[in-house]
Design a protein around this ligand. Structure first.
Ligand SMILES: *Cc1c(COP(=O)(O)O)cnc(C)c1O
Length: 369
């Protein structure tokens, strides 16, 4: 099929994922695959190797793909890597951190949280105090970029403290992996979770876990779920040349391989990060000129998604603002912060500074209040 025959999207998604993908990524989905054929399984093995290479230069790591959205992968990790007598400590400053704790509660895994509030970064100092006070904690989890606000959490010092106390360290890097340079070994993360449809710019349908091999190896038989058994999924992929245990999202996987090729073509994560940063700066500067204030200070803002305070004008209405922008070709995201009224604009996906400049024009035209 000619690339020009693949339809353009009717509007740009300025959301944290699913996000706007390229025509070529969408076009890669236009054929069927057999799930046990070597052609298809070879793609899986290649993806697994490439994901590890994107996460770290260290050879100590391996990767597992898992069906479902990002939350399924988080649940797979929490439900599979804590032993029966394990206890989880979660650093929370938004919806996604809270969700990790909620998953543990649902699975009846002992869990405690340190909540720094939605507008403050998670704090390594309070982690240290908590670990000193409670020796029963075995695992520490944190969200790298808290998508609720766009907050960047200081994962390096948090990992340092977790390891100083000998804890297994789990990082939800869902909305940062592939868009922000990181090294998992330097982060001291044992399990890092992300998904196909965020900064790697694939379509939704599966996620993945990058794991320190010896940490994963010792979790055999620990899983509290059959379909989300991380160790079993890994063993099957590892021992059967890239096979999934249950039906895999074939078209989504093929599109993801294309998305990884396009990341390479862009020049890798560093280059993509620069594009996202440029999008973010163009957005924040332009919005400021129009009178909008970003919720977080620059020091803890990520270039993934930006939360803006909603205008205080009595005539402002998010639904109307949203509809006005959508009719101009841009879809934005509602706020999720509980204490302040906000809306959010994503900077990631197949989005460039020129798109952001056009968005700013559209925002100007949509300020009906
Ligand atoms: C997107 C996201 C998730 C997963 O959300 P799903 O809707 O299940 O894909 C988890 N954590 C963070 C930080 C995210 O941004």
């Amino acid at each position: 099929m000619d690339i020009k025959d693949i339809p353009e999207n009717p509007y740009i998604l300025l959301t944290p994922g699913p996000l706007s993908t390229t025509r070529t990524v969408r076009g890669a989905m236009l054929r069927d695959w057999c799930t046990w054929d070597a052609d298809y399984n070879g793609i899986i093995q290649d993806i697994r190797r490439r994901l590890v290479a994107l996460a770290t230069a260290s050879p100590r790591y391996t990767s597992v793909l898992m069906q479902g959205s990002g939350t399924f992968c988080v649940e797979s990790v929490i439900g599979s890597v804590l032993p029966e007598k394990g206890k989880l400590l979660v650093l929370v400053n938004g919806v996604y951190g809270a969700r990790i704790a909620q998953i543990a509660e649902r699975l009846k895994i002992p869990v405690s949280i340190i909540d720094s509030g939605e507008t403050r970064p998670c704090d390594p100092q309070s982690l240290e105090e908590a670990l000193r006070a409670d020796a029963s904690v075995t695992h520490v989890a944190v969200v790298h970029c808290e998508t609720t606000t766009g907050m960047f959490n200081p994962v390096l010092p948090i990992g340092r403290v977790a390891k100083q106390f000998g804890k297994t360290f789990i990082v939800d890097a869902m909305s940062s992996f592939g868009g922000i340079p990181l090294d998992m070994a330097e982060m001291r993360a044992d399990f890092l979770i992300s998904s196909a449809n965020k900064c790697l710019q694939g379509v939704p349908g599966f996620g993945f876990v990058i794991a320190e091999r010896t940490q994963l190896e010792k979790t055999a038989g620990w899983a509290r779920s059959l379909s989300l058994d991380l160790f079993d999924q890994w063993q099957t992929m590892e021992l059967h040349g890239g096979k999934w245990r249950f039906t895999s999202p074939t078209h989504v996987v093929r599109a993801f391989a294309q998305a990884l090729d396009e990341l390479d073509a862009e020049g890798g994560i560093e280059k993509r990060y620069n594009r996202y940063r440029n999008n973010h700066k163009t957005l924040v500067d332009g919005m400021q000129e129009l009178g909008f204030e970003s919720l977080l200070p620059e020091s803890c803002r990520s270039p993934i998604i930006t939360a803006f305070r909603s205008p205080q004008h009595p005539a402002y209405d998010f639904k109307k603002f949203y509809a006005a922008l959508k009719s101009r070709g841009f879809v934005i995201y509602p706020g999720k912060v509980t204490t302040v009224d906000t809306f959010r604009i994503g900077n990631i996906g197949d989005v460039f500074a020129g798109d952001i400049l056009r968005l700013l024009e559209a925002v100007k035209e949509s300020m009906f209040w």
